[in-house]
Write a protein that binds this ligand. Structure first.
Ligand code: TXA
Ligand code: MG
Length: 350
């Protein structure tokens, strides 16, 4: 008996691909109000929704739904016990999640929300252990991105009180600043009921400034777009830098974080074939592959994570970076780069 070749028709392939598509989460690009409503409903039903903020894309779940929140940890591969930021639609919602709020924290909230600032406050009963990592405080933020705000408002209309959302990347990896980066990071871990809202690239590009408001004065735990001098100049409130004995647990404070696959080396000699990133006025060393030449610090911050991703997609083994000088946002960039450089030489899967 001769061997019979199995014939696979284009039609059956297409049907299989369609079926495969059905199993994956949906992406809404430039979402309409109706699609944002659908996303709010998906959250209320216990699904995950990745959404843009002005800083980075977040992976959201109903902050009161323990099962949904536990999926955030499994999708990210994040160890439990690392607290999540609760996103709310306006400063008026702050009392739901926090109590004994100091006067200075209310001033910060009124001045800088919506915006790239997270306040760490004493938690209310609504902020359960599964979002605070068992700590007695909670991180709260009102994002400024229009789709994020619309999502939060629609979520409120359905009776939701807050969306807990870490950056939508795998634990320790580079935060996504576009919907395609979100897909690259976590698509394969999402279900068909989950959603991604795509509203283009994030305007800030670095995660929010985290300010600990549990003591007598505010303390910056994670530098970001909102700087100490911006706060002091606008409000007259004195802000301290993180004290070493602070017992507030913050995963962004791990030594290694925000790491691409390529090895990141800072302000060292650059070899031929290395990726190279520096401000536009720094010449490219011989043989290096220039990845970008930002003209301003804002542009450096906005594009940093997509540049690190670009190096990975080009399978570069090493990225040599000249860190920007100065205070403010430059300090936040250096903070991320120092952490990105802490994890060395990962080998590619081929
Ligand atoms: O810009 C941002 O903050 C983005 C967007 C999506 O809002 N979110 C973000 O989340 O960066 P995540 O989880 O990737 O980083 C938040 C940091 C973590 O290091 C976490 O430990 C810290 O905030 N954090 C959250 N709640 C906290 C709490 N109750 N006490 C201390 N640190 C907290
Ligand atoms: Mg993160």
């Amino acid at each position: 008996m001769g061997t019979r070749k199995r014939r696979v028709s284009v039609k059956s392939c297409r049907a299989k691909l369609d079926k495969w598509d059905d199993l994956r989460m949906q992406v809404f690009s430039n979402p309409t109000q109706n699609e944002i409503k659908m996303a709010a409903k998906a959250l209320k039903e216990g699904n995950l929704v990745a959404f843009p903020t002005e800083t980075v894309y977040g992976l959201g779940a109903d902050a009161e739904n323990e099962m949904a929140v536990s999926r955030i940890y499994s999708v990210k591969g994040r160890p439990t016990g690392h607290p999540l930021i609760v996103h709310i639609s306006s400063v008026n919602q702050i009392d739901k999640w926090a109590r004994d709020i100091p006067e200075y924290a209310l001033t910060l909230a009124e001045e800088f929300w919506p915006g790239p600032m997270t306040l760490i406050l004493k938690r209310s009963d609504l902020a359960r252990d599964f979002i605070t990592g068992g700590q007695e405080n909670v991180g709260v933020r009102v994002p400024a991105q229009p789709v994020a705000l619309a999502l939060l408002n629609e979520f409120n209309k359905l009776g939701g009180n807050g969306i807990s959302a870490p950056s939508a990347n795998r634990f320790g990896a580079v935060s996504p600043t576009s919907a395609s980066a979100v897909k690259e990071e976590i698509e394969k871990f999402l279900n068909r009921e989950d959603l991604i809202l795509d509203d283009g690239p994030c305007v800030v590009g670095l995660e929010s400034t985290i300010i600990d408001c549990t003591g007598s004065d505010p303390v910056i735990l994670r530098p970001g777009y909102l700087t100490r001098s911006m706060v002091e100049n606008k409000t007259g409130i004195k802000v301290s830098k993180r004290k070493h004995d602070s017992n507030v647990k913050t995963s962004g404070l791990l030594k290694s974080h925000y790491s691409p696959k390529a090895e990141v080396v800072l302000d060292e000699t650059t070899g031929p074939g290395d990726g190279f990133l520096a401000m536009y006025d720094v010449p490219t060393p011989q043989g290096a592959i220039r990845l970008a030449s930002p003209k301003t610090i804002d542009e450096y911050a906005k594009n940093l994570y997509s540049i690190l991703r670009l190096a990975d997609s080009n399978k570069l083994l090493k990225i040599s970076i000249r860190m920007p000088e100065g205070d403010g946002l430059a300090e936040a960039i250096r903070d991320r780069l120092i952490k990105a450089s802490a994890k060395r030489s990962k080998i590619y899967d081929v």
